[in-house]
Design a protein around this ligand. Structure first.
Ligand code: BDR
Ligand code: CA
Length: 317
């Protein structure tokens, strides 16, 4: 199985992604690292600890960044989407006893594990990319030692897909555009699973309700935790269900053939009205110097067989 460090801001869809990761035999969860995003770092870390325990994962959980790389950057928590407790008001359904946190900050745990097994670890990041950027800064040699980075984030405007915070920016990227730009420009292989594909995969109300009573208490937890999330999507996107954002990154790790990729360097807009926009240079031209020159080609998902992602998640139950 593929050894994975899961970097996350739980988060309802983060919880669902962690469940798929914990359950699938092709993946071997080695650690959970947490980051601010859907809620404060205190809340996302506690959820990370409780969810890992609920899903039977005895792995280190290390708390990471409380805010973006640049202290002056705006910090917003998506509590209107995920609830004050990050899990749609259902935190009480998680285990009462909180397992201890790893003593290291998230970036240190990432560097230690990557250095201990060069070439082996896949980093799957489904929150703001601050911890990965801090790890890169702390030990730039990890770029050559990470097997692959899989990121849920960004919106590339394919198939009329746009941002979910601004017309061009997706939440994980706009929460720390400077960090995302560092991660995408670094010379390690990155696959980006953004809104272009996650908006194609809708977990309908019928699908979610069919999970109730399955997976021990997990199906019920997911049904209850998604009530708040569904209200949000109903009101703002008019869909009768939820988008499978973070679980899509896990699905990519398991079944990459279900996705269509496009290759080219990726940069993030860090200034002005388009702050947080992700742009890939997929032209096959070699032009003079551009802000994309010298950046390695990364892979952006531009198509998905949604039914395969939905089937994978359901099979986890
Ligand atoms: C992303 O933002 C967060 O709210 C979700 O957990 C997901 O990672 C979707 O834009
Ligand atoms: Ca997330």
């Amino acid at each position: 199985p593929m050894p994975v460090i899961f970097d996350t801001d739980p988060g309802i869809d983060d919880a669902m992604a962690l469940y798929l990761l914990a359950r699938h035999p092709a993946l071997d969860l080695r650690a959970v690292t947490t980051v601010f995003g859907n809620a404060s770092i205190e809340v996302t870390s506690r959820n990370g600890q409780l969810l890992a325990a609920m899903f039977g994962q005895q792995v280190p959980v290390a708390a990471g960044a409380a805010g973006p790389l640049h202290a002056h950057a705006e910090r917003e928590f998506s509590v209107h989407v995920h609830g004050d407790d990050g899990v749609g008001g259902m935190a009480a359904l998680l285990e009462a006893e909180v397992p201890p946190l790893d003593a290291r900050p998230a970036y240190q745990l990432i560097c230690d594990m990557v250095n201990a097994e060069p070439g082996a670890i896949t980093l799957i990041a489904v929150g703001p990319l601050t911890n990965l950027a801090l790890a890169l800064r702390h030990d730039p040699s990890i770029v050559a030692k990470v097997h692959r980075v899989i990121v849920m984030g960004g919106a590339f405007g394919t198939a009329a897909r746009c941002g979910n915070v601004t017309p061009v920016a997706e939440a994980n990227i706009i929460n720390d555009p400077e960090a995302a730009d560092l991660v995408f420009s670094a010379d390690w292989p990155v696959v980006i699973v953004g809104l272009d594909v996650t908006h194609e995969t809708v977990m309908s109300e019928a699908y979610l309700s069919s999970l109730q009573g399955r997976g021990g208490v997990v199906g019920d937890f997911i049904w209850k935790a998604t009530r708040h999330y569904q209200d949000f999507y109903q009101a703002c996107a008019g869909i009768d269900g939820i988008y499978a954002h973070d679980a899509s990154a896990i699905a990519y790790a398991i079944e990459p053939e279900a996705f269509t990729l496009r290759s080219g360097p990726v940069r993030v807009v860090t200034d002005g009205i388009a702050r947080g926009q992700t742009i890939q240079d997929f032209r096959k031209l070699s032009l003079a110097q551009t802000p994309w020159s010298g950046c390695p080609a990364q892979q952006v998902c531009i198509g998905v067989q949604a039914e395969r992602v939905l089937a994978l998640f359901e099979q986890a139950f």
